[in-house]
Design a protein around this ligand. Structure first.
Ligand SMILES: NC(=O)c1ccc[n+]([C@@H]2O[C@H](COP(=O)([O-])OP(=O)(O)OC[C@H]3O[C@@H](n4cnc5c(N)ncnc54)[C@H](OP(=O)(O)O)[C@@H]3O)[C@@H](O)[C@H]2O)c1
Length: 318
């Protein structure tokens, strides 16, 4: 992919009605202007998240009513292109990560400077772009169940975008981590120090065999019955966290800490530092050019794969 000329109009992904991937278009837009306290960021990589499929389909229209044209994408990495009035602590050219709700799939986006984290040396833009959503989700889920040295933790979906962060962060606490996965990704999890467990029929028995003394904590990163399974296995509700099964939260009083609970530049910086030091691996399975945005979201909607998929808007500038 070559660098676009500065004279071309900035691009953004938009949709003007709820629907399938066919409603997505890449359109020319005006360059946004940062207002008081904001950064204008030249986006390098935007991360893909499954919730964005639901937003586009209208599944969250009660929370975010139709306000067309709507954009896509949340977390991103990029370079500061301009400072709004009153911004201190940043300079034009600083590599940063941030969270721009429904506005990250664009050449330019604006965010409050107080919500941006600088990128340290030693992390690439694709990895960094996944930190504010999936990375923060893993951080929050692990903090919620607080695994200790030698404890056994089961993560229901270990290979997904949220899962790969969750299992590694639990492992860094010294816990033994069992990770639900298909056979396709089992060896990749082993490479991260995780014990793979096949999801699907018989999972309960497999977990009992692997942990005859019991499982101390469960982090559900998939939904669809894993909280029920954790309760059945005798895990205390306070040591169960789900990011996807809100009915189970009211049913059992389990926790539901997600990326919103770790929406902090300090936490994002700590996660980036773990990547730089080699303690946290960010598997980026696929990078798509912006023009392939429909294909990108079709692949995300399969709900299979290892780690993250991202959209690249331009080459890494460093
Ligand atoms: N509340 C929050 O803050 C928050 C934040 C992030 C995500 N979420 C939600 O959490 C869920 C997961 O997000 P994500 O980004 O990790 O999704 P994702 O990357 O799309 O997850 C895909 C993964 O799911 C695995 N999988 C497929 N079927 C499974 C099954 N039956 N049991 C266990 N794992 C299975 C796949 O493993 P294989 O490829 O091995 O089949 C794949 O690795 C989504 O519902 C998302 O909306 C919530």
């Amino acid at each position: 992919m070559t660098e676009r000329q500065e004279t071309t109009m900035p691009r953004a992904v938009q949709f003007t009605r709820f629907g399938g991937p066919e409603v997505l278009s890449v359109v020319d837009v005006a360059r946004p202007e940062p207002i008081e306290g904001q950064l204008l960021v030249h986006v390098v990589v935007a991360s893909l998240n499954p919730a964005e499929v639901g937003i586009r389909e209208g599944a969250f229209a009660q929370i975010w009513p139709a306000d067309f044209p709507m954009g896509q994408g949340h977390d991103f990495s990029g370079v500061v292109a301009a400072l709004g009035p009153g911004v201190t602590g940043f300079e034009v050219g600083d590599p940063v990560i941030g969270f721009a709700p429904r506005a990250a799939m664009a050449d330019f986006t604006v965010i409050d400077a107080s919500t941006a984290a600088k990128m340290p040396e030693g992390i690439d833009f694709a990895s960094a772009a996944t930190i504010p959503a999936s990375g923060a989700t893993g951080w929050a889920g692990v903090a919620a169940v607080d695994p200790g040295e030698g404890e056994t933790v089961f993560v229901s979906s270990a290979s997904g975008g949220a899962g790969v962060f969750t299992v590694q962060l639990a492992r860094l606490r010294g816990a033994r981590v069992l990770g639900g996965t298909s056979s396709a990704n089992a060896h990749r999890l082993e490479g991260l120090g995780i014990e793979p467990v096949a999801y699907g029929p018989g999972l309960s028995a497999r977990l009992r065999d692997l942990a005859p003394s019991g499982i101390d904590a469960v982090i559900d990163t998939f939904g669809g019955g894993y909280v029920d399974l954790a309760i059945e296995l005798g895990v205390a509700p306070a040591r169960i966290n789900t990011i996807a099964d809100y009915a189970a939260v009211s049913r059992y009083g389990v926790q539901s800490q997600g990326n919103g609970n770790a929406m902090s530049p300090e936490i994002w910086t700590a996660l980036q530092d773990l990547v730089v030091s080699g303690q946290l691996i960010v598997p980026v399975e696929a990078e798509y050019p912006l023009e392939d945005i429909r294909r990108a979201y079709i692949d995300v909607a399969t709900r299979h794969g290892f780690g993250k998929r991202v959209v690249r808007l331009r080459p890494d500038p460093r």
